[in-house]
Design a binder for this molecule. Sequence first.
Ligand code: ADP
Ligand code: MG
Length: 257
Amino acid sequence: MNSSAAATDAAAAVDGEPVVELQSLFKIYGQGDAEVRALDDVNLHIEHGEFLAIMGASGSGKSTAMNIIGCLDSPTSGCYRFHGVDVATLDAYQRALIRRHYIGFVFQGFNLLAKTSALENVELPLVYRKVPKRERRERALLALDAVGLASRTKHVPSELSGGQQQRVAIARALVSEPSLLLADEPTGNLDSRTKLEIMRLLVELNRQRGITIAMVTHEPEMAQHVSRVAWFRDGRVLGEGTPEQLFERGQLRAGFS
Ligand code: ADP
Ligand code: MG
């Protein structure tokens, strides 16, 4: 399979296949006494249009799972299918194409270029995709508008609040119209009012634009807005369900005591 075929296959496989399917996934660091099972037989799927929260205490394997889902890391064993395509059959370049074309990333620390305007930060993924300048600009403006920042396009990150910087990062993740948005503790660096603002934006993008989202958070206040929660402990998925179901079972509370 050549590289563009890999990307096309992923698109063609959308119908009927989950966006993400992890089967019996292990990620093991070190050996013997030093062995760490960052993921220990994880089975997890993310359906088209879902908003999944991955929760659990620090060290429970959330970021490891996200990095594998984002094709930034490979499992030790087990199968990861993205839109039905077995990611293990792809080479590094093909995985890079999957990231570029199908996955948007949002991080806790925003990860914006410091001396670059909001507009240019959002344009960047399209530069890598060799989208012509004019189209780039139009799409970046639309993405900034979608996150409520149409009036801040020329500002550099230091001239923006934390919440605004995270909005720029979300616009940058959305500009290439990914089929999956991955957010690792996107509200972790924000004050409580701004957290809710960003959470509302993510919920709106999910409900109104149908964007599939997987978000790591350790805050129950954030998780109550999503459609499904997967609860991690010691590299395993301890429980799964709607936020209400996990609250009833006491699992959503458990990790916070
Ligand atoms: P979380 O995001 O839930 O806090 P991580 O996925 O970052 O947890 O880590 C899960 C476990 O794997 C932790 O015990 C962590 O120390 C370990 N781990 C993560 N990355 C590495 C690595 N590169 N080398 C060794 N151990 C690692
Ligand atoms: Mg983490």
